[in-house]
Design a protein around this ligand. Structure first.
Ligand code: SF4
Ligand code: SF4
Length: 139
């Protein structure tokens, strides 16, 4: 069965996404994400392989051990306020950025903005550049 290290888990759901037997379940509300690991007897090892934090291990099945569950508070997007990621996930991404980018405040800022807002900001920027170019070449 699967053993989770709560000190390492990021709440990223990679394990849940690859589990072929739906043994790892997401319970999500507006501001909290809970990951629930059922007691698995399959031992296919996919979740262990795909965990980016090495938080999972295969251990011998034990009837007495309860199922595992970890809850994470979701971090709010700095633009729209919607809650979109766990703090450990964001900290992991920030820690993996190249040193130059970490010194760049705007580079770090992107990580604290949800993907929808990032797309909107990029689209707005691109549209602004197109308009500027049209003005430049218009007679
Ligand atoms: S070992 Fe395989 S079946 Fe069991 S929880 Fe992990 S991915 Fe799912
Ligand atoms: S893949 Fe690893 S870090 Fe991500 S939720 Fe599963 S156990 Fe946690």
């Amino acid at each position: 069965m699967i053993k989770v290290d709560p000190g390492k888990c990021l709440g990223c759901l990679s394990c849940s996404n690859v589990c072929p037997n739906q043994n790892i379940v997401l319970l999500q509300s507006a501001d909290t994400r809970t990951v629930h690991w059922k007691k698995c007897k399959e031992e296919c090892d996919l979740c262990v392989e795909f965990c980016p934090a090495k938080a999972l291990a295969l251990v011998a099945y034990d009837e007495l051990v309860p199922e595992s569950e970890i809850s994470f508070e979701l971090v709010a997007c700095r633009v729209c306020g919607s809650r979109y990621a766990t703090l450990p996930m964001l900290m992991k991404v920030e820690a993996s950025l190249p040193a130059g980018m970490q010194e760049d405040a705007s580079g770090l800022e992107w990580i604290r903005i949800c993907s929808q807002c990032r797309r909107d900001i990029e689209a707005e920027k691109a549209a602004g550049q197109v308009m500027k170019e049209r003005k430049r070449i218009s007679p």
